[in-house]
Design a protein around this ligand. Structure first.
Ligand code: P1T
Length: 388
């Protein structure tokens, strides 16, 4: 998968640019056409060139699905209209009465979907610190069918040992799903580490430019791919062809963007760590991060997300969030422009009062592609102005 792959095995960057994107056989167009047609002519009833209706299948969507499957080392992938729609399709693998183990730190919307939507349909869940396999064993029930992991987690940037977790989950006869949104396949490939299913909010690093919402499910398990594909067609939460095209365009530069974002994140984390108004910096690249050794083993780099806790608590955190000039105060992450947000009141407001609630003094940064020194100066200026 690396840039230096053996001759004959395309490297990650090659796949990102070419997988599923051969020149158009009719016109030679180097960029796959955006296939806007909702329907496809049939030469006889049921006789067509592989597409009959765009909810069921669309050539631009196929290009995206093929490309992402190759980057994740998967047999196949299905694209969805959002990350949550992709997650919802995976949760359809469960049946009423099944039990799901979820992380005790995860995107708030994921927990809302699992708990408030699927909980009503008879799927129970237990939030667990997935870095602690004893806690996992203690939470296990005879009806546990699935473990859902994020690594790094949103927003505390905890690290889960995917290989160790997969072994534990498989020994007990369940499936492991990994949300790979924060890492992306450039930094880690969960399927190669033993996960059964990978999900993405492609709204983030895959798209990479804050201009398209989407989701992906990838797997090597034929049964999973078939079931998820069935939900994709039956429920119909599919991305349009323009969305697929924009996501594909973003994916071509994923490796370059991630490399730079990881490097700038290291600079930002170091600057925050040296500031007296910052109580803790949460970034897996720091040697004192509890997941540092596992991250070093399973990731190519430590990611472009940095969270930190301000010494003055929520009041100061709110002032810092509102006080930056270059870092835009906004939800979402993973794009070229740097963002700052207050998880407790923004992305994780829906988990207030639940085991996933996050502290008010926490701020989350999504490091973009601006000049690193400008980003650091702006952040330190906001800390200063907040009285931190
Ligand atoms: O927003 P959507 O494309 O539906 O993806 C949901 C989702 C899934 N998984 C993770 C790890 C996520 O971070 C998200 C969305 N998160 C944000 C919008 C956010 O700012 O954290």
């Amino acid at each position: 998968m690396s840039a230096g792959s053996d001759a004959g095995t395309p490297g990650f960057e090659t796949l990102a640019v070419h997988a599923g994107q051969d020149p158009d056989p009719v016109t030679g167009a180097v960029v796959p056409p955006v296939s806007v047609s909702t329907t496809f002519a049939q030469s006889g009833v049921g006789r067509h060139a592989g597409y009959d209706y765009s909810r069921s299948g669309n050539p631009t969507r196929t290009a995206l699905e093929t490309c992402i499957a190759s980057l994740e080392g998967a047999l196949g992938a299905s694209a969805f209209a959002s990350g949550l729609a992709a997650e919802d399709a995976v949760l359809h693998l469960l049946r009423p009465g099944d039990h799901l183990i979820v992380p005790n730190d995860a995107y708030g919307g994921t927990y809302r979907l699992v708990d408030q939507v699927w909980g009503r349909l008879g799927i129970t869940n237990t939030p667990v610190d997935l870095g602690d396999l004893d806690a996992l064993a203690a939470a296990w029930r005879p009806e546990t069918r699935m473990v859902w992991a994020e690594t790094p987690t949103n927003p505390r940037l905890g690290i889960v040992d995917i290989a160790a977790l997969a072994e534990c989950v498989h020994d007990r006869g369940a499936r492991l799903v990994v949300d790979n949104t924060f890492a992306t396949p450039w930094l880690q490939q969960p399927l190669a580490l033993g996960a059964d299913v990978v999900v993405h909010s492609s709204t983030k690093y895959l798209g990479g430019h804050s201009d398209v919402v989407g989701g992906i499910v990838a797997s090597n398990d034929e049964a999973v791919l078939q079931a998820v594909g069935h939900v994709q067609n039956s429920v119909g939460a599919v991305p349009g062809p323009w969305d697929c095209y924009l996501t594909l365009r973003g994916v071509k530069t994923l490796a370059l963007r991630m490399e730079r974002q990881c490097a700038t994140a290291a600079t930002v984390a170091a600057a925050l760590g040296a500031h007296p108004g910052v109580e803790a910096v949460l970034w897996p690249g720091l040697p004192d991060h509890p997941g540092h050794d596992v991250a070093t083993r399973q990731m190519r780099g430590f990611g472009g997300m940095v969270s930190f806790v301000v010494a003055g608590g929520e009041e100061i955190a709110l002032k810092v969030a509102a006080g930056t000039r270059l870092w835009t105060l906004a939800e979402s992450l993973g794009a070229v422009e740097s963002l700052i947000e207050h998880p407790h009141r923004m992305t994780h407001a829906s988990v207030a009062g639940s085991p996933l609630e996050v502290p008010g003094g926490l701020l989350r940064l999504s490091v973009g592609l601006e000049t690193p020194a400008d980003l650091v100066a702006d952040l330190l200026g906001a800390l200063e102005r907040a009285g931190s």
